[in-house]
Design a protein around this ligand. Structure first.
Ligand SMILES: [Zn+2]
Length: 486
């Protein structure tokens, strides 16, 4: 099951008052350390048959593939001690433990005393969602997401968030079917589907379950066999999903809105007549990203255009085709700071508010500030324009920008960061803002302190990292006041 930051942002950005207290900034995004694999999917029956014949030589089980948010639970000596939500190649770690304690069908203590890891999906009562919540969220998954990350824990109960387990890792059982049978006294577990029925029929019958599913999964039953089959870089060889492909849908463009990005490019987003991808997961789409201005000009997408929209994995809608062309008049000015765009429709204003906020958000990530994201970046944007300004912030100034509690948190983190920061860390904060500057260049400059870099001539910098990036970096360093920080 795949769960992306995009979806969290989407949930956050729906602007629905119910989720405004969603603690967006508290999300800490880290690269996943261990290997929770994504799952390969097949869409044609004959390919599934081939796969099973070739790979599944021992007993297997079939389960519905629940469309929710992956959750891992750890129990020790019968007590729930840890909970974590996981995604494809990102992990969202948060103090979700409190949320998990509020999910009614997750037992806090169990009658089983070996160490136990339980994997499953957080999902929502389907009928309840369709009747009461559908209008508020773009998909059941984003509803689950905003409920479990909300400060207000009452949403979890109110919205009937539930956990369905599909895997129990313990030495006590070798067979998945056996462990599921044992643990179903304590947990809601995914049902095992009949192997007598045709997989297409199983897909048809998914509609009868009271949770959202987007396919069925074939898994080898024995733990030993699973280990023998092993895994590739991206997926486990011992499991495969079988799904219906989602047909593309037609929509009309109602409006085109532009956003300035970190590099100053103007990124167009189309508001479209709402469409619902009814692949059992009920994903409602009303916005499609159109890439950049060049794309919409060459494809002739304007207000009134009819476009065909396709749903990619991760539930991200993309433009597939343009059916009715319309004219689009490109803007002259930046959507954020209104300064004149260059002939590639890029905002060149270094102090563009959108660019500064996005850059500060990027800097928070680069310097590993915990609990600070775009919302706070916007607060800082009128007080500092780059990483040096940020490092030079005094506690008085921080107190002026943030609430006392937040300010204290920020200042404590800043103190630690300032003690350990390297010139490479500082320069990496400019990646994305300085044309042609890459990590490769930064690696070459690693051996110098920021102070030494600051005093290099343009020629010296060019000798290390080449003409364009050398000149760009020189201009930056020359224009940056770092005296106070050093
Ligand atoms: Zn601008």
């Amino acid at each position: 099951m795949i769960y992306t930051i995009k979806e969290i942002e989407e949930a956050y950005n729906t602007g629905n008052p119910i989720i405004t207290d969603f603690e967006y900034d508290k999300l800490q995004v880290v690269k996943e350390a261990d290997s929770l694999k994504s799952m390969s999917a097949l869409f044609e029956y004959h390919k599934l048959q081939e796969f099973l014949l070739k790979n599944f030589k021992s007993d297997f089980i079939i389960e519905p593939k629940i469309d929710g948010i992956s959750l891992l639970l750890k129990y020790s000596q019968g007590k729930l001690i840890f909970a974590q939500t996981k995604g494809n190649n990102i992990t969202v770690q948060k103090e979700i433990f409190n949320s998990v304690l509020n999910i009614e069908n997750i037992p806090k203590t169990i009658d089983f005393y070996d160490d136990l890891i339980v994997r499953g999906e957080l999902t929502i009562d389907k009928n309840f969602y369709l009747e009461y919540l559908q209008t508020q969220f773009s998909s059941p998954r984003s509803c689950v997401c905003s409920s479990i990350y909300s400060k207000d824990l009452s949403f979890i109960k109110e919205r009937k968030i539930q956990f369905i387990a599909f895997y129990f890792n313990t030495k006590s059982f070798d067979s998945s079917a056996e462990s599921k049978e044992f643990f179903q006294q304590m947990f809601a577990v995914t049902p095992n589907l009949s192997k007598e029925k045709h997989p297409e029929q199983l897909l048809d019958e998914l509609i009868n379950y009271n949770f959202f599913c987007d396919g069925i999964v074939f898994k080898l039953d024995s733990e030993k066999e699973r280990n023998i089959m092993g895994e590739t870089d991206s997926d486990n060889r011992w499991e495969i999903a079988f799904k219906r492909s989602i047909p593309a849908l037609t929509a009309k463009v109602i409006d085109i809105h532009l956003n300035a990005t970190l590099t100053g490019k103007q990124s167009p987003i189309a508001t479209i007549t709402p469409i619902v991808f009814d692949n059992q997961s009920n994903i409602k789409i009303s916005h499609v990203s159109l890439n950049n201005i060049k794309t919409i000009l060459s494809k002739k997408i304007g207000i009134g255009s009819e476009i065909i929209v396709e749903l990619k994995s991760l539930a991200i809608p993309i433009l597939k085709q343009v059916v009715i062309e319309k004219e689009f008049i490109p803007p002259n000015n930046c959507a954020s700071c209104h300064s004149l765009l260059n002939n590639e429709w890029v905002c060149e204003n270094y102090f563009c508010n959108a660019k500064i906020s996005l850059n500060l958000e990027f800097i928070f990530k680069k310097l590993k500030f915990r609990n600070f994201g775009i919302k706070n970046a916007k607060l800082f944007s009128s007080h500092c324009k780059d990483v040096i300004d940020l490092l030079n912030l005094t506690s008085e100034k921080i107190n002026h920008i943030l609430t006392p509690k937040k300010a204290q948190d920020f200042y404590e983190q800043l103190k630690i960061i300032k003690k350990t920061i390297t010139s490479k860390n500082i320069l990496s904060c400019y990646l994305g803002r300085i044309p042609m500057l890459t990590m490769k260049h930064l690696n070459k400059l690693e051996k110098f302190s920021f102070f030494e870099l600051k005093h290099m001539t343009e020629k010296e910098l060019i000798s290390h990292i080449g003409k364009i990036s050398g000149t760009n970096l020189y201009n930056l360093l020359y224009n940056t006041d770092i005296k106070e920080y050093e």
